[in-house]
Design a protein around this ligand. Structure first.
Ligand SMILES: C[S@@+](CC[C@H](N)C(=O)[O-])C[C@H]1O[C@@H](n2cnc3c(N)ncnc32)[C@H](O)[C@@H]1O
Length: 305
């Protein structure tokens, strides 16, 4: 690409002009997210050391791709006044795709490459995952419509993005937290939804996938209860086949999405498949218009990234 715009991470994170910031709304959202989330987080940070190739990618590309906002009381939390000016960050205002828990970057890098007309933000707290994403960015010829935010999505997104600014939100293969005493750590829970649903534009898509039937059941329970969301596939059948994990009683037989054509296979999906588990896709829209056509394809047709 020959775009001459500088890639910059430090300048775009700044206090917004008062007329654009809606400070009271942003402060309220941050406080609400903080109050519900202070002690329970959806991730464990371990094994943060980088291999030499990941360290090299970090040294080469982090300044251009990994945002470095002021931090709060922990290094995964945004500090006071941390804010993303999307227009300044990307040099334009285009549709925004956000992936929460972007992992090793398979999906967000493939999407940025396939859709130069959209902007993309991967949110991830796992440093080796971010570094591996930088390796992918390098191999993908360094798309300029992508940035990475190394913070806790539940706390950072409502503090740093304006309401209605996200056009696609993806949460794929989120940590399942299978033990009952850990269910509160699952990211798909009311506090996360309270934090991110106001950020979705009217008509925005919210796509999810999991290889854990119990978590799929839980997701349906909390997402179907949200009046802000419409299931895009109310008649969609449950995935075909048997699964090696336990399907909970009362699992809905319809309301499942076909595989989204833009979702590439990740190592987490492959692990689930190899263990004999089914893949459960969900797709919602913010707003209440009747479900529109939605991208889907035959899973077998998708190449690994
Ligand atoms: C099981 S991995 C899946 C990664 C990727 N979505 C995929 O399909 O391969 C879940 C990821 O979510 C990240 N994560 C969990 N909670 C998060 C949060 N609150 N904010 C940002 N990332 C989070 C974890 O660090 C982990 O890398």
């Amino acid at each position: 690409m020959s775009d001459p715009r500088p890639l910059c991470t430090s300048r775009p994170i700044q206090r917004p002009a008062p007329d654009r910031r809606e400070p009271e709304a942003a402060t309220r959202r941050r406080e609400e997210a903080g109050r519900t989330h202070r002690d329970v987080v959806s991730f464990v940070r371990r094994g943060e050391r980088l291999t030499p190739s990941r360290q090299a990618a970090w040294d080469r590309l982090a300044d251009d791709y990994v945002l470095d906002p002021p931090r709060g009381e922990r290094d995964t939390l945004p500090g006071e006044g941390a804010w993303v000016d999307l227009e300044e960050l990307f040099g334009r205002r285009a549709e925004l795709v956000v992936e929460v828990g972007s992992g090793l970057g398979e999906n967000i890098v493939a999407a940025a490459r396939a859709h130069p007309e959209r902007d993309h933000l991967g949110v991830e707290v796992y440093l080796p995952g971010l570094a591996q994403t930088l390796i992918r960015i390098d191999r993908a010829e360094r798309p300029r419509n992508l940035r990475l935010l190394p913070l806790d999505a539940q706390r950072a997104l409502p503090a740093m993005l304006p309401e209605g600014s996200i056009d696609e939100l993806w949460v794929y293969f989120a940590d399942p937290w299978p033990k009952a005493r850990h269910h509160k750590r699952r990211i798909i829970n009311p506090p996360f939804l309270d934090a991110v649903l106001p950020l979705l534009a009217d008509g925005a898509r919210f796509r999810l996938a999991t290889d854990w039937a119990q978590y799929a059941h839980h997701m349906r329970h909390v997402l179907d209860a949200r009046p802000e969301l419409t299931n895009l596939h109310p008649d969609g059948p449950r995935p075909e086949g048997t699964t090696s994990d336990t399907v909970p009683e009362g699992m809905p037989v319809t309301g499942w999405a076909p595989r989204f054509e833009g979702r590439v296979k990740t190592s987490f999906e492959n692990k689930g498949r190899e263990a004999g588990r089914l893949i459960w896709d969900l797709a919602y829209m913010r707003g209440s218009q009747p479900p529109a056509t939605d991208g889907a394809s035959d899973p077998g047709a998708l190449a690994d990234s």
